[in-house]
Design a protein around this ligand. Structure first.
Ligand code: FES
Length: 310
């Protein structure tokens, strides 16, 4: 089931001989939220969890399986108290739901839930000793490990990078995705990474619609404000909603994020979808010969504030 799949609550679930097993009630996601693992089938008297690998065909009208009604009744009964609902947009790529029709759920962390009840006095004592020993170990490790880890994990501030492209070579009002190789330096490591930015050269036509939302909302830091140029906008390729990569749709003249359909204008201004802020603008400098340099920065996703990582 790795093709694109649409799940619809209520559609019939058919058995191995084409007999009705019931109707689709819910879809189970793994806790990581990346994978659909099972379907919940409501039969006349109960709801059972049907593993996804028993599904042989899924189309808009019905779900076909290779199980018999007897087998279905042997599958675990769905217990709603053991699951937690997640919003539809947590659905993994390649799987879709009919909006408003489906409730998606993921398992609760049962380890945490059952732990306290299961803790006997003996187990409690054993754990206490182990925790004490661990605490002593940690207290010894902290000064030594702290010294080593500080160097290894303190990210070094990124610096200006010449993109090897000149302003005059860019088309007007047409975003260009520019990839470049950079090294992220962190502690002892120098790691080569492929990065990309959107470069948007402006024709200079004054258009109040095109006022960057960053400026309206006051999201930009002094670094970005001091390093901006009305001739060029440089945007991060990372959607501030959940980190997908919005694509430029030439016909509509909009950036549209494929994951949850956040929509942005040419300059990154957000006009639709769940994104909490506009696309992130990056600091840019244009040399007298037109050479473009940027500072590649990354920001926290899922929040309205433009909070720099690192
Ligand atoms: S990641 Fe959700 S809209 Fe872009």
């Amino acid at each position: 089931m790795d093709k694109e799949v649409t799940y619809r609550v209520g559609i019939p679930v058919m058995g191995v001989r084409g007999e009705s097993l019931g109707r689709l009630e819910k879809v189970l996601l793994m806790e990581s939220r990346h994978q659909v693992t099972a379907l919940v089938v409501r039969s006349l008297d109960s709801m059972h969890i049907l593993p996804l690998d028993r599904v042989t065909e899924l189309n808009a009208a019905e779900i076909r399986t290779n199980v018999t009604p007897e087998e279905l009744h042997g599958f675990p009964v769905f217990d709603p108290t053991q699951y937690e609902e997640v919003p539809p947009w947590f659905f993994p790529p390649g799987h879709h739901i009919e909006l408003g029709a489906l409730v998606t759920i993921k398992p609760l962390d049962v380890r945490e839930q059952g732990e306290e009840d299961a803790l006997t006095r003996r187990a409690f004592m054993g754990r206490s000793v182990a925790i004490l020993a661990a605490a002593i170990g940690v207290s010894l490790l902290v000064p030594i490990g702290g010294y080593i880890m500080a160097a290894a994990t303190t990210p070094v501030k990124d610096s200006w990078r010449d993109l090897g492209v000149k302003l005059q070579d860019l088309p007007m009002d047409e975003p260009v995705s520019h990839s470049f190789r950079a090294f992220s330096v962190s502690g002892w490591m120098r790691v080569p990474e492929e990065r990309s930015v959107w470069l948007i050269r402006h024709s200079g036509v004054s258009d109040p619609q095109s006022e960057p939302e960053d400026k309206i909302l006051g999201l930009d830091s002094p670094l970005e404000l001091a390093n901006s140029d009305p001739r060029l906008t440089v945007l991060s390729p990372i959607c501030p909603h959940l980190g997908c990569e919005p694509q430029w749709h030439k016909g509509q003249k909009l950036f549209i994020c494929p994951c949850h359909h956040s929509i942005y204008q040419l300059n990154g201004k957000r006009i639709g979808g769940p994104a909490p802020r506009p696309m992130d603008q990056l600091p840019v400098r244009i040399a007298s010969d037109g050479s473009i340099s940027v500072i590649y920065e990354q920001f926290a996703i899922g929040i309205a504030a433009k909070k720099r990582l690192a």
